[in-house]
Every structure is written in structure tokens, then in C-alpha cells.
Design a protein around this ligand. Sequence first.
Ligand code: ATP
Length: 302
Amino acid sequence: QFLITGYLRDIGQHVRTIQRTVNDMDDVLEFREADLQIADAPGARPIVVSAGRIEFDNVTFGYEGAGRALFRNLSVVIEPGQRVGLVGHSGAGKSTFVKLVQRFYDVQEGEILIDGQNVADVTQESLRHAIGIVPQEPILFHRSLAANIAYGQPDASAQEIETAAHLAHVDRFVAGLPKGYETLVGERGIKLSGGERQRVAIARAILAATPVLILDEATSSLDSESELYIRDAIERLSSGRTTLVIAHRLSTIRQMDRILVFDEGRIVEDGVHAELMARPGGVYRRLLETQMSTGEIVEAAE
Ligand code: ATP
């Protein structure tokens, strides 16, 4: 019995060590996917993004070994400052679309341009700095809340951090913490809910102030208060920036300037909520009706 207890204690210690290592590796992990696949072109220059116009010009792309291409001759222009919701069934190509904007993979044909510059011709470092990301499951570091918000912006002042936190509704839960923004996150610190973590990631993106934003909405169900805060935070974050939102709960994207509906790698519908709802039997309308019938969203379709 002692032996087993000893083993268990050892295993417990190993797990803790691994957890710490994983925490420390977070910075490294964040860009893993891109770094593995892609190298800078010889003579690559930094991208210069001011307006944030995104163009897919006749893009054909398939994953290696997938047999057939996911996108075939896909062309679409996203205007500067436009807030665009990407919707569609699982596997329709929404995530791949935003991955290609970030050049996680190279396309087989065509070009992806940001303000007229092919993403394949610019340095990846500059591309990363031009595009803000709010992932579905944001990784937070085992550091203070302030450090988590200022991640990537080491020169941010306490005032700037607090302003970003306020805009992202992070201050709502920080107010109740004795150490405020100095509270440690994670192991032996505070545990944050999915919605709270996403608000920290939104604050981080507000502070980073990139001209282009990609936001992957959390799929996990949030309580309605959290959902409201997040929706409002997204609204503030995306103001004046070209924003792509992968929307899982269609209630979030009602107010978007534009909705692109993906189906098997094609954009099958393109318009605002009211326009897409006006198509009986349309993909968007059917997706929304399904979500309402399963109780995923509760608002009535207009
Ligand atoms: P979800 O809502 O489930 O995230 P999605 O619309 O974002 O779906 P994608 O993740 O873009 O869809 O996937 C599009 C297609 O590409 C799917 O058939 C998927 O299986 C395939 N796919 C995605 N990632 C890879 C990959 N790394 N390697 C090979 N195939 C992939």
C-alpha cells in the first residue's frame, strides 16, 4: 500500500511538473501551426497594413493528402473595416479560411492579399503583428492578469491595460479580486471560466490594436450574462477594424456588416442577416432554425 501511495505521489508530482512546463511553453505553442508549415520567401518584406482590405483572388486550396481541394477558385473581397461573420456547418471551411489569411498554409493556386500584398510574399512575423487573434479557447499564462492582457505589448502602461480591460468587461470580475490585476492566473491563482478567459483575450486584442482581427467564438455554452458581455466586447473591439468572426452561435452575428455562409468550401450566401433570413430554404436560415429548435439560441428570428 505504501508503495502505491508513493507511486501516486510521484505521479502527482510529475503531473504538476508537466503542467508547469506546459504553462511555460504557452508562448511557444501559440504559433506552432504556422511555424511548422511555412517559411518566409527569399527577400520577404514586412507587410504594411493600414486599411485592412482582404482579398481572396481565385484561390484553390486543399489539405495535403485530402484528395480533393476544399476551396476551388474562391474569390471574395472583404472591405476595410468590415465586420464579417463566417458561418456554416462543421467542416464547411470557416477555420481554413481564416488560417489562410494568416498563411498557416500556402495555397495551390491564386493569391490572398491584404491591402494588395500577397501574404506569401511578406514576413510571417509582420503578418502576425498585423492580425489580432481571439481564439476559441484562449491560452492564458501562469502570470498576473495584467501580464496576460499585456502579452505581446511589454511597453503597455497600467492605465492602457486597465482601459482595455474595461472595454472588454474584464473589470467586472477583477473588481472582486483582492489583488486586482496582479492576481495570478492558473495554477494556485484564479481559475477563470471560458467566457472570462475570452474576455481577457479580447482585452489583449484591444491593446494590440491590429488593423485586422480574427475571432473564433467559443462554442461552449455561456451563461447569458457572459454572452452579453462578450458580444458587447466584440462590438467594441471590432469597431473600425476589419474583423472576421467565426460564429458558432448565430445570435452573435446579427449586427455584422456582412455574413458569409460556407458550405463544402464554397461561399453559398453573402449578405446581412435580414437578407439571408429572407431566403426560404437558404442555408443560413436553416442553420438558424436548427439552432433555435435545439435551444442553442433563444431569440426569435426576425
Ligand atoms: P468547424 O465549425 O467544425 O470548426 P470549419 O467550417 O471551420 O468547421 P474547417 O476546420 O475549415 O471547417 O475544415 C474544412 C475541411 O478541411 C474539413 O473537411 C476538415 O476535416 C478538413 N481539415 C481541417 N483541418 C485539416 C488539416 N489540418 N488536415 C487535413 N484536413 C483538414
